[in-house]
Every structure is written in structure tokens, then in C-alpha cells.
Design a protein around this ligand. Sequence first.
Ligand code: NAD
Length: 337
Amino acid sequence: KGSDGKYTVTLIEGDGIGPEIAQSVKDIYSAANVPIKWESVDVTPTLKDGKTVIPDEAIDSVRRNYVALKGPLATPVGKGHVSLNLTLRRTFNLFANVRPCKSIQGYKTPYDNVDTVLIRENTEGEYSGIEHVVVDGVVQSIKLITREASERVLRFAFQYAQSVGKPKVRVVHKATIMKMSDGLFLNLGREIAKDYPDVEFDAELLDNACLKVVTDPTPYNDKVLVMPNLYGDILSDMCAGLIGGLGLTPSGNIGDECSIFEAVHGSAPDIAGKGLANPTALLLSSIMMLQHMGLHEHANKIQAAIFKTLAEGKTITGDLGGKSKTHEYAGAVIKNL
Ligand code: NAD
């Protein structure tokens, strides 16, 4: 927080529709008088010692400000390119990916009563990137589960449940098959649960969870689900489908020191530059960021204006069946503040 009473937050506008949806956030925040100063940084990779890396200025900015809001980054396909998203996660050790899944009133989906939270271990598991060819035609990929990373994300899940008033934490796993790796994760969950006696703990097999949540999501509404990396990646997108898809789904990547909040969708190159993008997912990610920063009053006010605009259904973007441009939708949110 600066001497002017404002918090500086790093803004990574990103590629494709990124600058357009970031503009909506900036406009709405200034209309709502949120005490935030944006520090825009460019994360276009540069070459350093033969490796593609994120520019130092961007890294320094996040380190200095602790909090960043990030638009989508296009991942170039092909050899030699690292995923910038993965690089950011590794650089800042963003160990937990938090994905709230809450139905939005006024946007009709198969269910209108979803309200669960998924927390995905973000640093290891099936995405450790340790793969090798054993012999021609045989590839081995290593799923790495460590006590340290598991304990960190599990503790975070219990603390998160307490902070948002969810009474239960559930580990989603396949310890029946992966007895040692998922077994370690599950057993740590049981152990750590003893430190949080006010939070109920249980566990469910991943396949069963998939079947149950699409059959009836309501039993998941009092729970925070926590799981290893790959399961979280898939299950959280499945749950996003239950509430209307990627244009509405926010997320937070939480680290020990720094946290980066981002929409889960990509850079949408097919509609970039046309003013058609829906900024809701980035906006809702910024609401998670405000809550993380303790700016609850501003968070509630902006969130209510977003939900009201969507529920009215008059000024919504094409992906939601409307005809409005990005800036028209942002204008309607501002009117509803
Ligand atoms: P995408 O999410 O960009 O697009 C999928 C479809 O959803 C497209 O039809 C797009 O127009 C639509 N869409 C997405 N966001 C929208 C929004 N806010 N408003 C309206 N419509 C929206 O997925 P993709 O096409 O597979 O990926 C494009 C690029 O984005 C790739 O380079 C990919 O690597 C990258 N990507 C980045 C992230 C991230 O930065 N977190 C996540 C996913 C994909």
C-alpha cells in the first residue's frame, strides 16, 4: 500500500482478447473507486543464455506487489517454447489453483444451484514434466507426489474452507489404483484433518466424483474438493461446464508469497480485436483477488453489479447469447454499481 492509500497490483494484460477484457476491468475499477494502481507489465518471452524466459521487470513487479491479475497468454505450439503459464507457476511457486464454481443467476445451464470449490495441486503430480523414452516405442512419464507439496495444498484447502465458511473438505483421488502416490496424498489429508477439528473431512474416488457431480451437484455445495494436479485440471473444467463454461469461470493461483489471479479461458484468437470478448471471467478473478487482499466491500459491490447485469440479460456478450460489445457490457456493469 502506497502513501496515497492505494495498493499497486501487477497487471499482465496478455495476448489476444487480453487487452480488451483488461480494459473492462480497469474501467469498472476506476468507476468503483477501488484503491488500486495497476502496474502493467509485458511478459513476452526474451532470450537469456539461450533460454526463453519471462522479462526480469515482470518478475520483479510481481515480487514487489505480491498480487497480480493476468489475462490469457497464447502458448506457441512447437519445440523450444516453454508454456509461460507453467513458467509463472514455477517462478512464484504457485502451489494451489483455486477454482470456485458457482451458478450465475440469469444464465441458464443444466443446473442453477452449483456452488462448490475445487483446489488443484499446481506444481507436481502428472505435470512434473519428467518423461523419457525407455526403448523405442516405450515412453515413461513420472507422476511425482511429495509430502511437502501435498501437505501445503491440503493445509491450504482446510484454511480456505474455514475462510469461506464451507464445513467440509474432500480429497478426490485414485488411491485404490495408485496406492503409493495417491495413497500418500490421501493419508496426509486424513492426518492434517486432525489439525482442523471444525472442518469435516472425507474422500471420494475421482471416477465416482465425476459421475455424481454431473448427476446432481448439490451435495458438493458444502465442500471444498482438493486433489492432485491432473485430476484437478480435468474436474475443474468439467465443473466449469456445469455453470456455463469458460467465459464465466475465474481462478486464483496461490503461492507462499505471491498470488496470480486469472480467467481460465485462453486468448480466443478467433474473436480478438473485435470487441466481442466477455470480460466476466477476468472480472470475477479480480473479485477473488480483492477478497484475497481483504478489500471485501469493493469486491461485493462490483460482484453484485456483474451478477445484476448478467441477470438482466439485456447487455451481455455473444458467447452468452447477447449482442453487446465488451465495452457496452462493462458500461452496464458500471451503471449497476
Ligand atoms: P480459448 O479459451 O482461447 O478459446 C476457446 C473458445 O472459447 C473460442 O471459441 C473462444 O472464442 C471462446 N472464448 C474464450 N474466452 C472467451 C471470452 N472471454 N469471451 C468470449 N468467448 C471466449 O482456447 P484455445 O482456442 O484452445 O486457446 C487459444 C490460446 O490460448 C492458445 O495459445 C492456448 O495455449 C492459450 N490458453 C491460455 C490459457 C491461459 O493463459 N491461462 C488458458 C487456455 C489456453
